[in-house]
Write a new protein. Structure first.
Lengths: 279, 436
């Protein structure tokens, strides 16, 4: 092992350098956003986007927070993303249990159907969903967005979980059924606990994906008091004008919750991935 | 066992749906009927610090004073959201009572054709809005059955106006010993002097609207009102190889060659153009009155001013966006009252004194000297019937066609003749589509 090291070293340095470069490329937009979020509009106009701020100018962030009532938007996003994440995981587990373990007849075609549903662009769904939600009186309500995204995310979740559960060790299930466990007991006591790491990864992904959704919430959340964070950020896009410093401030406010969420659940994510690998 | 489990699960799902429904149902569309307290729902997308934002905030206050028992539910919207969703919102029960919307055939015209906007003709006559607005401002307020502006019923009321002018850096002019040009020859002499001194005179952006407006301005200097009506309202055939566009494209290309316009400006966006002018990097910027308020606030390092385009009597310009009343609005009478308040002298004067361009202000009441210059120049342009609208209006998607064409002129990758062929195609296709 130690003899191999010097041979590999140049390659490793190259990889490290490439990764460092990639990190700089990835981080530079965030850096520029942060830089401009703390600048006054006059400073931005006279110095351009790359100049360093002279002092900490917090008015942009405070003004934006008050202007769109950002706390309310955070709560809306949290409610919608949380409900979707939980609902979609529950739905995915139930579907996948039937498809992956229950071996329903025609499961391959059902899975293909889910896959096709996944590839549908959201733009093509807009008008049907708009008319449906108007018919049932859910247009401009959070519930409409929650239902839509629960189904959309569950389509992906079902597809993924079905193949995971398809590999589920049969012996455990057989042992359970010999011990007298019914289908529900097997699901709740055996399948769910064992695949918990995978489920928590799904939960986190569904949460973040839903959090970042822009297009459908833009269409369905009409009233300002129903809007989510990404939709609220759009308020600053004027017809001919853009307020670069306030846009940066709002972008910063928009990124922070997602980053915080990621940091909190980062351990769950890595654990989920590694548990899946060991099995 | 299985059966019980299923029912239980169904019960849980139903219960959670109820909980969710409770959170979802909080958005109250506002008091609809005349009984009890009423609500006027109002949407616009102007920033709170802009001239319109300030004036309309004052209008809301006055409305609430003159209408006790009515609350105004104002929601600030994003431009993009209104653009993408207006058709759907206005076709639902969530439609606001009054909202700001873009003027033009592809926006207000389209919605009027679809029957989503209330016909305001009677109100305009009754309340005298038709007297307050000059004929060229009325163009964008009225739409015919095909949704084409210029004639027919009133579907919107503009509250402000806009036009394209020449902004200049007084300090930079003084340094080169250049006087404010009053004729086109003096203007090109000034440009030449800057170019000879190694300064690119005109700040522009080829990636967005500014550069195409300069080309249109140049074309307008050889045009008359009949040509503009032909181009914008399809009254008569427009020859893209006629003297107007040929001069516009040719002169624009020459200006790039002579260094009046930077060869690097093809990729510049409007925002960057504005920032570079505020930063003092260019002595001249040719663009719209929408920059005015921002320049008043942010230009601190030099003295600046504006003058009307010296090359002719016409310039791009029009009414601003419109107040529209959705067909499904529940409080139309309140909406009319609100529009009426925004047309009153004091609101219009406030708009003017905040760096906006009012349509019905009292010229004597505009006290800020910079704002006075803006309003006086506009009145002059309006009096000589000089509002020529914008080059991208006549056809859907024409904006991108013009951006591409002008970029090719800046890059020199195509000759003016080729560019004119390129921009003629989509225009003629659209004419065929609407049956002209």
């Amino acid at each position: 092992m130690s003899a191999e090291r010097p041979v590999r070293a140049p390659g490793r340095w190259a990889v490290l350098a490439a990764l460092a470069l990639l990190a700089v490329v990835m981080l530079s937009p965030f850096l520029i956003v942060t830089l401009n979020a703390f600048k006054s509009p006059a400073e931005y106009s006279s110095g351009g986007p790359l100049s360093l701020p002279k002092g900490l100018y917090l008015d942009g962030i405070i003004d934006f927070w008050n202007r769109v009532d950002f706390g309310e938007k955070l709560w809306n996003s949290l409610l919608i993303s949380g409900a979707v994440a939980i609902g979609a995981v529950v739905l995915s587990v139930l579907n996948a249990y039937a498809l992956g373990i229950g071996r329903v007849r025609g499961r391959l075609w059902i899975l293909v159907l889910f896959l096709v549903a996944n590839t549908l662009p959201q733009e093509s769904l807009v008008y049907p969903l708009y008319y449906l939600s108007k018919q049932v009186g859910l247009y401009d309500s959070k519930l409409a967005v929650i239902l839509i995204f629960t189904v959309i995310q569950a389509a992906f979740g079902t597809y993924l979980l079905s193949s995971v559960l398809g590999q589920f060790p049969r012996e455990i299930l057989e042992a359970a059924s010999i011990d007298g466990a019914g289908k529900w007991r097997a699901l709740s006591r055996i399948v769910v606990p064992i695949s918990r790491p995978t489920l928590s990864v799904l939960l986190i992904f569904f949460f973040i994906w839903t959090w970042n959704e822009f297009f459908l919430p833009l269409i369905f959340l009409i009233s300002n008091d129903n809007q989510t964070v990404p939709v609220a950020l759009g308020v600053l896009q004027g017809e001919k004008m853009m307020d670069a410093t306030m846009s940066s401030a709002s972008a910063l406010l928009g990124i922070v919750p997602a980053v915080a969420f990621f940091l909190i659940f980062q351990r769950t994510l890595t654990r989920g991935v590694t548990v899946g690998a060991i099995k | 066992m299985l059966k019980i489990g299923r029912t239980a699960a169904a019960a849980v799902l139903a219960a959670s749906a109820l909980v969710l429904a409770a959170c979802g149902g909080s958005g109250d569309p506002g008091g609809g009927s005349s009984s009890g307290p009423r609500t006027l729902t109002l949407w616009h997308y102007e920033g709170a610090d802009s001239a319109m934002g300030k004036a309309w905030a004052q209008a809301i206050k006055e409305f609430e004073t003159s209408h006790p028992g009515v609350t105004v539910k104002f929601e600030e919207k994003g431009f993009e959201q209104i653009q993408k969703t207006a058709g759907m919102v206005l076709n639902s029960d969530e439609a606001p009572d009054v909202m700001e919307y873009n003027k033009g055939n592809a926006t207000a015209g389209l919605l009027s054709k679809q029957g989503l906007l209330t016909d305001l003709s009677d109100e305009a006559a009754k309340r005298g809005w038709d007297k307050l607005l000059s004929p060229s401002l009325q163009t964008t307020a009225r739409y015919d059955d095909r949704g084409i502006m210029g004639s027919g019923k009133w579907f919107g009321i503009p509250n402000y106006a806009e036009y394209v002018m020449v902004y200049y850096n007084k300090d930079a002019f003084k340094k080169q010993g250049i006087e404010v040009p009053t004729t086109f020859d003096e203007f090109t002499t000034a440009l030449d002097k800057f170019a000879k001194a190694g300064i690119t005179p005109i700040a522009t952006g080829g990636a967005e609207y500014p550069a195409q407006q300069i080309m249109y301005l140049l074309a307008l200097s050889k045009a008359n009102r009949a040509w503009v009506d032909g181009f914008q309202q399809y009254k008569g055939k427009v020859d893209f190889h006629g003297p107007e566009f040929t001069y516009g494209a040719q002169t624009f290309a020459d200006w790039v060659k002579k260094g009046y316009i930077s060869k690097d400006s093809a990729g510049i966006k409007a925002e960057d153009m504005g920032v570079s002018f505020i930063g003092g990097k260019f002595p001249i910027m040719i663009s719209g009155s929408w920059w005015y308020g921002r320049f008043q606030e942010q230009i601190k390092d030099f003295d600046w001013g504006s003058f009307l385009w010296p090359g002719g009597t016409m310039a791009p310009g029009s009414s601003g966006n419109l107040w529209v009343v959705p067909e499904k609005a529940k409080n139309k009478d309140l909406a009319y009252d609100f529009i009426d308040i925004t047309m009153k002298k004091d609101i219009q004067n406030l708009l003017g004194n905040s760096g906006g361009l009012p349509v019905a202000a009292d010229p004597g009441a505009i006290t800020d000297p910079k704002s006075k210059e803006l309003v006086e120049n506009f009145n002059k342009l309006s009096a000589q019937d000089g509002l020529a609208f914008y080059p991208d209006w006549p056809a859907p998607g024409y904006y991108d066609v013009l951006v591409a064409g002008v970029q090719e002129l800046i890059n020199g990758s195509k000759t003016p003749e080729q560019v004119l062929d390129e921009i003629a195609g989509p225009y003629d296709d659209n004419l065929a589509d609407i049956g002209n």
